[in-house]
Design a protein around this ligand. Sequence first.
Ligand code: SF4
Ligand code: SF4
Length: 289
Amino acid sequence: MAETVRRTSGQTVVNDMEALRQRARELLDAGTVQVIIGYANGSNRRVRPFFARRPEDLERLILDDRCVLNLAVYLRKPEVKALGKAAVIATPPLLRSILQLAAENHYQESEAVFLALDSAGNVLELSSAEQIAGVLGSLPGSTGQDACVPSADRMPALSAGSTDRQARFAFWKQEFERCIRCYACRAACPMCYCEQCLVDSNQPQWIPVAAHSIGNLEWHISRAMHLAGRCVNCGACSEACPAGIPLNLVNQFLADRIQQEFGQKAGTSAKLDYALSVFSGSDRETFIK
Ligand code: SF4
Ligand code: SF4
């Protein structure tokens, strides 16, 4: 399961939740925000996104280990923006997403405030990228290392330091065969915000739309390259995939390479240049000069 805010005692959850609800109520009552974006119980013990516009609706707000959907994805949607300023119940993956979106000029500080719980159960209200970057590392579940960790026997070719390219390619080819091209991964990802995705273009058609081996491979390689150095390892894509493909691992593999080569890690600062959109005269590759 992707990382979430973690709590060790049920009582602590209740108390923390009441503090979160109370602060959310105050923000709505004061007109500081017009909508609270969080989580509520759905059907079959599933959790669903929750949009509260009235203080009395906040009783339904929850936050527990099942809340892995990355709510940052809603801040990009025009229909959500139209509701007014939002307060968002924040987990560390969401806050990493906000920093990365801000680094890409796709988030302005006036758009939302974020309500997070610190390790003592206090409610933190965060509005600026500097505030988010300042507290992110100290929040429960903020390491960013444990999103959808695979079992070692499932993908030995991906173990740390593996240089077996053929084994890696065979693994991903097999995984991508199962893709049904529903694009739930794209819909769940806060970094997939292009108004027209290249896979939806038909003039020219860059990528075949049918779910077959070559088209699936092209889709996933294209998406991985578009996310290279931008994925914040929230795990929302893997959680959303009905075929159970561990998508965030391919993005994290690239993220690790980019950190090694360029010293950059997505979701750590709003002042990052992301590796595939900038160049420097001191880059090692000579073609760029
Ligand atoms: S690619 Fe997956 S893990 Fe990475 S930011 Fe998007 S949803 Fe999260
Ligand atoms: S969510 Fe899974 S099945 Fe759907 S397009 Fe993405 S990888 Fe394919």
